[in-house]
Design a protein. Sequence first.
Length: 393
Amino acid sequence: MDRFFPYGRQCIDQDDIEKVVEVLKSDYLTTGPWVDEFEEEICKTTGSKYAVVVSNGTAALHLAALVLLKKGDKVLTTPNTFLATANSVVYAGGEVVFCDIKEDGNIDMEKAYGMLKNDPSIKAFFPVHFSGNPVDQDILKKIREELNIKILEDCAHSIGATFRMKDNSIVKAGSCTFSDLSILSFHPVKHITSAEGGAITTNSKEQYDRLRKLRTHGMQKEGFINKDMAFSEDGEENPWYYEMQEIGFNYRITDLQCALGISQIKKLDDFVARRREIARYYDEAFKDSPVIPLYEYNENSSYHLYVIRVKYKKNDLTRSAFMNFLREKNIGTQVHYIPVNKQPFYTKRGHGKETIPVMDKYYEECISIPMYPMLKDSDLKYISNTILSKVKI
Ligand SMILES: Cc1ncc(COP(=O)(O)O)c(C=O)c1O
């Protein structure tokens, strides 16, 4: 095989390129009409009332954490996530508490419920819909209704995913049905891309207004405190005037990126459909083999990642030898994730000794294999056969 298959990659066509070129020829490169249009498209896709697009998913998490947390607040999250989820708590002056996961890679929702209920010092819950498989929304609903805590859903992996509730109703990822805020990421390995980019969705007008302010330095154009500076002697509002009442950032995203995002989001359904087909292909290829897919086929998952579990030792392998073997065969893999609580930054803050046996075992065995819509069935055959040639037990 002469092509390299990364574990994830973008899918860009001529149409996407033309949409970006259109912006380059327009009057706006940033803070233009494509920003509003991308936000509208995100609302349509997720079913949330409001969306605020920002420069990346990490910026989205940062602003979301600032809106939800007070200094010193404890926040419960999963160790099986990218650093940014936990880091956002630290940015906002909070303290992270880690909860173990279940066999499907998601935070253990029953356990999380118990921890939140029994420890009133935990003020917020940041679940991650790992790999595109939403956490149990019936339990999230229970947490929302019974416990007075803030909820942020990290949907960086899960745009396009759904969850079927016990009453058969469907909850869309990013809709904030049982949360205050959700965040999305449009990094190239995700379902849709704007090169870099992210968004926060919410159903609260108040939070939406605050997030928009924080995105641009904390500047506001109404509700002024310095009335003498904001208005001229005849009572007219001064057209140049803006005011900063709290510290914000430049987390804006460009119109070039938003145009790409708009073009991409229109293809999301097709992208997710192909991801699900790929998952089915792999599931079938690994059936009755020692390669264990992370979870049984789930029609609601939007399959950002396809994770398999392998007993390396039994196969006289180390994971790094297995990854190097696959790399030589032009197959890229990755480990999602190193338990965040074991990162030196977090061990210095007293973490690392949490009892999280499911996460620890999962981390020993997991590996993500190529998953993106452009993979053809012949590619999948090559990838799965190459994996199976090395994993015998
Ligand atoms: C679960 C999760 N949250 C947040 C992020 C951060 O997104 P970004 O890379 O757009 O900053 C990522 C990115 O990989 C992620 O996987």
